[in-house]
Design a protein around this ligand. Sequence first.
Ligand code: GDP
Ligand code: IMO
Ligand code: MG
Length: 438
Amino acid sequence: MKSIVVVGAQWGDEGKGKVVDYMAASFDYVARCAGGHNAGHTVIYDGHRFVLQLIPCGMLRPGRHAVIGTGVVVDPAALVAELDSLGKAGIDVNGRLHLSNRAHVIFPYHRQMEKAAEAALGEAKIGTTSRGIGPAYEDKMARSGIRICDLMEPARFREKLSRVVRDKDAICRAAFGAPLEVQGLAEQYLAYAERLRPFVTDTTSLLNEALDRNQSVLFEGAQGTMLDIDYGTYPFVTSSNATAGGACTGLGVPPTRISGVVGITKAYTTRVGSGPFPTEMPDLEAGEVRDRGKEYGAVTGRPRRCGWLDLAVLRYAVMLNGITSLVVTKLDVFDTQREIQVCVGYRRKGSPSGTGSLLRDMPPAAEDFAQITPEYRTLPGWLATTEGVRDPSLLPKAAVEYLKFISGELGVEIGMISTGPERDATIVPAETQLASWL
Ligand code: GDP
Ligand code: IMO
Ligand code: MG
């Protein structure tokens, strides 16, 4: 049985799209388990650039199946737009795309309510992607959500929608002084329903039966460990479980059927939106990394905040997700860096650096991050190009030392190194666990 979870080990945008696309060549199914079109997964090959938001990247590999699981929140308008753009690119999804009948649906009122809630927070806003993700998960947990299986039954759908709209309109008027925008909503969504109907199925049985037949499944994580609703930098997080456990709950595949977990990290760290970021670089240094790494949101176009690699975050990610093989992406972005700082752990502010033990646990509250400071080691840069390198023996010595340092500190192998956005700018060292999964 081969069923591997790919999870973001930082604050998202680690390069999951690139890595999943690469690995998908060796899998039958690629499945998304959480999040929605807040995700933006970039895949580049043969001069084409795709940014997939809801459809798993496996769709770009001929013959592979792509599953949008129960844990995903689906905006039908976004999904239809994505289907249209894949259609224009000549990618045939028929018979290969499968959408969970239990997934929850995002409505325009979710976006409207999110916008109002973010505005009310002022300076303390989360900096969400404004896609209605949080409010849709709120409805799911409040047990008032509308699911794909409801959308497929017009009478039931109309009845549920009118009940929800009545309640939400009252909330919206009371809390934000505005009526809910619902003009023509039922008709619009029922039109989407007909477009999506051919893909709707019980994805839980689909995947478990595929595993019974000894077919392989790659779980495409969205967001990242530090954005996880339970374990991230709450409340500056997304509203779902972005950690590896989300693959089981979000797809109905039991933990006993997961055979491995791959974590992805950039050679540095980025984050979009507000919230703690201990290793964030000063503006000038961040600017250079942002330019070289083209660090602008794939979904919102927002400039990403940039910082040094944070091994406290990665250690936490290794523990939480059970990562046994790590992928390091964007190594090439550091090609011009004379010196590289790496955070090896956190220390309480005011305690002397260099000696004594580092903090063992990740601070639980966003406020606690103001009390800690990163402890850095400085490593030499390589000042040579790694762009597009595919043979590990061609990597500069200092780059190899950097990777060895990361692997040694975390106690996990580096199973893959990405040296550019293109599919083939990839190194998979032989003899690694990851290589055995491909
Ligand atoms: P995801 O959300 O984790 O899939 O990551 P995004 O697609 O949002 O952001 C990653 C960005 O880095 C994309 O623009 C990728 O094309 C790009 N990228 C991925 N791997 C590499 C790499 O090794 N080097 C460089 N320079 N760019 C990369
Ligand atoms: P991928 O899959 C980076 C961030 C938002 C915000 C917070 C909450 O491409 O790595 P939300 O709209 O989810 O309620 O926003 O989470 N965020 C991401 N940051 N990559 C993502 O996805 C993200 N999805 C959400 O910027 O800080
Ligand atoms: Mg992204």
